[in-house]
Design a protein around this ligand. Structure first.
Ligand SMILES: [Mg+2]
Length: 389
């Protein structure tokens, strides 16, 4: 049952007539390395949604090329959208993005990123149709949001220290350091020395540890980090609870939280004290709002993570991060952090106090999509329309 205090945005839709899928390849400024893999170039699945009235919106699927973060990939999402998502939404009378979310649940397990790409596009469409900003439609209250940076595993501790120093000088409010066994405590200790303390630093293990590492992980407590993210298995809650009971450092869950029920389980089991909400990972913005509302009620801090999105995906993250429960800095780095040239104008920028402005004054997702550049970068495309269903 919805809680009467929860924010229930009023967003209306016309039936969807067409979904265009496109894959672009966007070269990263530098490779991004985590405990389970490496990205040199980002394969990105972009969607254009068009409704019966001719209104259009762009959205982005956050799945990666390989299933090292999530079971989903850009290729599995393409197929799932074509075979299972599109037939449930094209030409259907779904009055709101929440109705789209509901239509994608019965007898359709998992595939959160495929579902989210379409559901989030419907939020973009609803904002366009109503001539309001996406952030305003979602109930955002912050005009500017604090920005954090995520640093992949660096070639050496010295490289890492220089990156941490540079990030703090640039104004970033939180520095997330990717770790793995063998590249953790020493790296973090040196980073803390550079930063003056651990109070603006956090570690993300992407599931690289097990319960047998508890004595090792307890040494992290001396560093005073903001949090340690997803140290144990990607789909675990119970073992994280066992670990959290033995750690002072708050555990933040990322991969394990795929819907509001998992968030409630995290709280019930004591598996963590913070949630990194990535709308793509939880099936879209309707689900993100549910998690946000639950966490606000239970006084659990949330923040918005990133998935190496282009400026289109970032627009959705910025809008979500403007909600009142997002009390910790989000991984919504400016475009130039990842791309020599983004696919939106204006590009996302951060001021020297580490904030990004939320475009409440622009309708829709708040940035113009550079269609010409996208066409140059497109390596394949497919049109799904009402007639093809
Ligand atoms: Mg993570």
């Amino acid at each position: 049952m919805p809680n009467p205090d929860d924010h229930l945005p009023d967003a209306d839709l016309a039936p969807l007539h067409r979904i265009t899928l496109r894959e672009i390849r966007l070269p990263l400024v530098e490779p991004f390395v985590i405990s389970s893999g490496r990205e040199d170039e980002r394969r990105i699945l972009l969607l254009t949604l068009r409704d019966a009235d001719g209104v259009e919106a762009w959205s982005e699927c956050v799945a990666m090329a390989t299933p090292n973060y999530s079971p989903e990939t850009i290729d599995s999402c393409w197929q799932m959208i074509r075979q299972h998502v599109a037939p449930r939404v094209l030409g259907k009378e779904l009055a709101s993005p929440q109705a789209v979310h509901a239509a994608l649940q019965p007898a359709f397990r998992g595939h959160w990123m495929a579902k989210a790409a379409v559901e989030m596009g419907c939020w973009g469409l609803a904002a366009e149709r109503q001539g309001v900003s996406l952030a305003g439609l979602l109930g955002g209250t912050r005009e500017r949001i604090e920005v954090g940076i995520s640093l992949g595993i660096q070639p050496s501790s010295d490289h890492l220290c220089r990156k941490v120093e540079g990030a703090l000088e640039a104004g970033y409010r939180k520095v997330k350091i990717k770790i793995r066994p063998g590249r953790d405590l020493d790296d973090l200790r040196q980073a803390c020395r550079v930063a003056g303390s651990g109070s603006h630093l956090m570690a993300d293990a992407n599931s690289a540890y097990s319960l047998s590492d508890i004595p090792h992980l307890r040494q992290f407590d001396d560093l005073g980090l903001m949090m340690i993210e997803q140290p144990l298995a990607w789909d675990d809650l119970r073992q994280h609870g066992e670990l959290q009971r033995q750690l002072i450092t708050p555990i933040c869950l990322d991969e394990s939280i795929t819907d509001v029920a998992k968030a409630a389980d995290m709280v019930a089991l004591g598996s963590g004290r913070i949630i990194n909400i990535k709308p793509g990972r939880v099936g879209g913005l309707s689900s993100s709002l549910e998690i946000h509302d639950l966490c606000r009620r239970l006084d659990v801090a949330v923040w918005c993570g990133g998935m190496l999105e282009s400026g289109i995906g970032r627009a959705y993250n910025v809008a979500l991060a403007s909600l009142p429960g997002f009390t910790l800095p989000g991984d919504v780095s400016p475009s130039a952090r990842y791309w020599s040239q983004d696919i939106v104008t204006p590009e996302w920028t951060m001021d020297d106090t580490g904030h990004v402005q939320v475009p409440f004054d622009r309708p829709g997702i708040g940035v113009e999509v550079d269609v010409e550049r996208i066409e140059q970068l497109t390596v394949r495309s497919e049109v799904l329309d009402v007639a093809s269903q």
